[in-house]
Design a protein around this ligand. Sequence first.
Ligand SMILES: CC(C)(COP(=O)(O)OP(=O)(O)OC[C@H]1O[C@@H](n2cnc3c(N)ncnc32)[C@H](O)[C@@H]1OP(=O)(O)O)[C@@H](O)C(=O)NCCC(=O)NCCS
Length: 290
Amino acid sequence: MNLFAYGTLMTAEGLRALLGNRVEALTFRVARLTGWRRVWNVHRDEWGGGVLNVERTAGATVVGVLIEGLNGDDLVLLDRQESTHLPRDSVYVQPEGGEPLAAQIYWRRRGNHTGPPSSRYEAVVQERARQAGSAVQENLSTGSVDPAGQPRRIAISAQPPEVSLAMAEERIPAIKVLLLPKDTNALGTIFGGVILSHIDLASAVEARKVAARRYVTKAMREVEFHEPVFLGDIVNFFTKTVSIGRTSLTVKVSVEAERWGAGRGERVKVTEAEVVLVAVDESGRPTSIR
Ligand SMILES: CC(C)(COP(=O)(O)OP(=O)(O)OC[C@H]1O[C@@H](n2cnc3c(N)ncnc32)[C@H](O)[C@@H]1OP(=O)(O)O)[C@@H](O)C(=O)NCCC(=O)NCCS
C-alpha cells in the first residue's frame, strides 16, 4: 500500500519511531499531488500548536513523498497516530519519472486551528523536507498557507537544525507517577514490583490505543533494573507497539526516572521491558485484535 506524506512522515526517520525497522522495507519517492496545497490549520496537542494539513486548490501542487510498501499493520499504527486528527482518504499522485499511482493521504476537510504553527513541528518538517530533496523543500517553503489562506513562507535551511530532532519530537509517556513511601522497601528505594505493575498498566494503555479490546498480559520479557528509583522520583513509562499479531500484540515499555533528591532534575533510564498482551473475549479466550 502507498501513502502520500507532506509533513513529518516524509522520510524514513519520520516513520521510524512509529514503525521501527519496518521502514527498511519501504521506498520513498518524490511525488506531486496536483490541485492541492499545504495549509497550517490543524491543532495537535503533542506538538503544542498548528500542524500541516492539505486542502483542494485549483492550480496548486503539493510536492511531497510517496511511501510504497506499507502493509496492514503499518497502516493500523499510522491510523492510530494520524487519523485521530486527520482522517485517511485516497488520492492519485504523480511520482517523479513514473506513472500516476493511488495513495492514501491523511487530511481533514475543515481545519480546527487558527493560531500559530507549532515551532517544533515546523523545525522538524523543514528538516524532513531538506532530506527529501530540493523540490520538496522549495514547495514547502513557498507553497503553504496559514489558516486564513495567506501565503506562509518557510525558511529554507541548508544545514540540519542544531537541536536534535529527537529532542524536538517530544515523547509523551503512557503513564507518569510520583512514587511515595508506601512503595519503598527497607532500604528506602522503590520495590521492583511497583515498577513492574506500572509497566503492565502502561502496556495496557498502549494496547487500548491500538484497538479497544479487553487484554490480559501473556508475557513480560527481559526486565533488568539498571538504576534504583528513589522516593519522590517521578517515573515515566514510555510505550511503543512493536508488533501486532492476530490476537496478541507486543509493547515495548521504557522506564525513565526524573530524580528528586540528590541529582535533582536528572533523568535516568531505569529499565525497559517487552510485554505481550492477548485480546480476550467475554470467556477469556483469545480473540482477534482487528
Ligand atoms: C492469555 C491466554 C488467554 C492465552 O491463551 P493461549 O492458549 O496461550 O492462546 P494462544 O496459544 O491462542 O495464543 C494467543 C496469542 O498469544 C501469543 N503467545 C502465546 N504465548 C506467548 C508467549 N509466551 N510469548 C509471546 N506470545 C505468546 C500467541 O502467539 C498468540 O498470538 P497471535 O494470535 O497474535 O499469533 C491464557 O494464556 C491466559 O488466560 N493466561 C493468563 C493471563 C493472565 O491472567 N495474566 C495476568 C496474570 S496475573
